[in-house]
Design a protein around this ligand. Structure first.
Ligand code: ZLM
Ligand code: CA
Ligand code: ZN
Length: 380
């Protein structure tokens, strides 16, 4: 390991409760909270826990969840369990969107309040100035709606954290590099100019959640304060990094946010079980490094990511970046679950070799121009 970027040495806090990794969505369900345990072992195996402030997080309270979600929905989450779910009144499961994507599993409510408590603790450290960067890899569940779960997300920890930050911050920038559209966060702040949301994602009108075309740009006071970057399969490192930087740079300069929240969903990596992009770990991390280089306080959360060994590699690498540490490729040899990495005992496996890049130069250039036109509305 060696250090880089000596000019800006942020105080970094790391928010985690090992308990959050012990819940199960069901045997074949792609969302595996265990990936968080794998990440935590890798982070400490590389010695990163010694240079951050570590906080074992608490559960969010009901009152905290009710800042965004409805009474009706929170009460349902609290009382439902695998044994009583089929005895609920007719229509309840449809109303609350319960099914294969969002199943009822044991202690679902506890799981949701734990990852949310971690994001709220992290936002509090930024608010009171004790941290410049606060990390919660168990958060980032960007699809959850006010009245229902969606896409593996039950409580929207991002919306709740942003609401908390808005108490003192005039302008919050939300950046989402998960493979999927950050619809829950976009929707929650669609009519305000105090939160700017931008999401990069796969889009074809069908791919989950179906939204996120470039014509969704906000409404009312929020007109021009939402930006969508719809991409096709197979985007590669250079195209993604170039597009990301050429959008985020003018966006930060024009909007001048006082705090940034970055969702780092790992399903945009190549070889993801649900993914279709061709990004390597270093390219994903470059987007985090670039945002950090502006020196604005950051809340960094996880999100999707369905090939656990690569999720944990990515988030460990990004924990290093946020601490100005470049991690050596050799994995620490003394960590539990080392056998999960027996495909290649490296932090940087080759992931860009699976999909054809369907994003032509022309398509990307047109998209970039369209995005810059949107950003230009901020001036004047
Ligand atoms: N079926 N089991 C991303 C959220 C993506 C909706 C198509 C469910 C799956 C998927 C669940 C074991 C984030 C859709 C899918 C099958 C309707 C999605 C359970 C496999 C399984 O084997 C599976 C019974 C399951 C779910 C695949 N679901 C793949 N893609 C998406 C939701 C969340 O990464 O953005 C943030 C954490 N749902 O495409 C269907 C339309 C439900
Ligand atoms: Ca996204
Ligand atoms: Zn996703």
């Amino acid at each position: 390991n060696y250090e880089f970027g000596s000019t800006y040495a942020p105080r970094v806090s790391y928010h985690f409760n090992p308990k959050v990794s012990s819940y199960h969505f069901g045997v074949r369900h792609p969302m595996k909270p265990f990936r968080l345990m794998l990440t935590d072992h890798l982070v400490s195996g590389y010695g990163l826990h010694k240079i951050m402030d570590l906080y074992e997080t608490r559960k969010a309270s009901d009152d905290e969840l009710l800042e965004f979600h409805t009474d009706d929905y929170i009460n349902f989450l609290k009382k439902v369990n695998p044994d009583n779910v089929n005895k609920m009144p007719r229509g309840t499961l449809d109303k609350f969107n319960i099914g294969d994507d969002c199943p009822i599993f044991h202690n679902l409510y506890e799981y949701s309040s734990l990852y949310t408590g971690a994001s709220l603790d992290a936002s509090r450290k930024l608010l009171n100035g004790q941290s410049d960067i606060a990390i919660n890899w168990s958060g980032g569940l960007h699809h959850a709606k006010k009245t229902s779960p969606s896409g593996f997300c039950y409580i929207n920890d991002i919306v709740l954290s942003i609401l908390n930050l808005l108490r003192f911050h005039p302008r919050v920038l939300y950046i989402d590099i998960d493979l999927h559209h950050g619809d829950g966060v976009q929707e929650a702040f669609y009519t305000t100019d105090r939160v700017y949301t931008v999401s990069f994602h796969k889009y074809n009108g069908e791919f989950f959640p179906g939204t996120g075309n470039y014509d969704e740009t906000g409404c009312s006071n929020g007109k021009h304060f939402a930006l969508n970057v719809p991409l096709k399969d197979g985007i590669d490192d250079d195209s993604y990094i170039n597009l990301f930087k050429s959008i985020i740079d003018p966006l930060i300069t024009s909007y001048n946010p006082t705090v940034i929240i970055q969702q780092c969903g790992a399903d945009s990596l190549g070889h993801d079980r649900l993914g279709c992009f061709n990004l390597n770990i270093k390219a994903h991390g470059e987007c985090v490094k670039f945002v950090k280089s502006f020196g604005i306080p950051m809340l960094v959360v996880g999100g999707g990511g369905y090939t656990p060994k690569n999720v944990s590699r990515l988030w460990t690498y990004e924990t290093g970046i946020l601490n100005n540490v470049l991690l050596s490729p050799e994995l620490p040899s003394d960590i539990p679950f080392l056998n999960y990495f027996d495909d290649e005992y490296s932090l940087y496996p080759v992931l860009d070799d699976l999909y054809e890049n369907k994003n032509s130069k022309q398509f990307l250039e047109d998209l970039r121009i369209r995005c810059l036109e949107q950003i230009r509305y901020l001036k004047g």
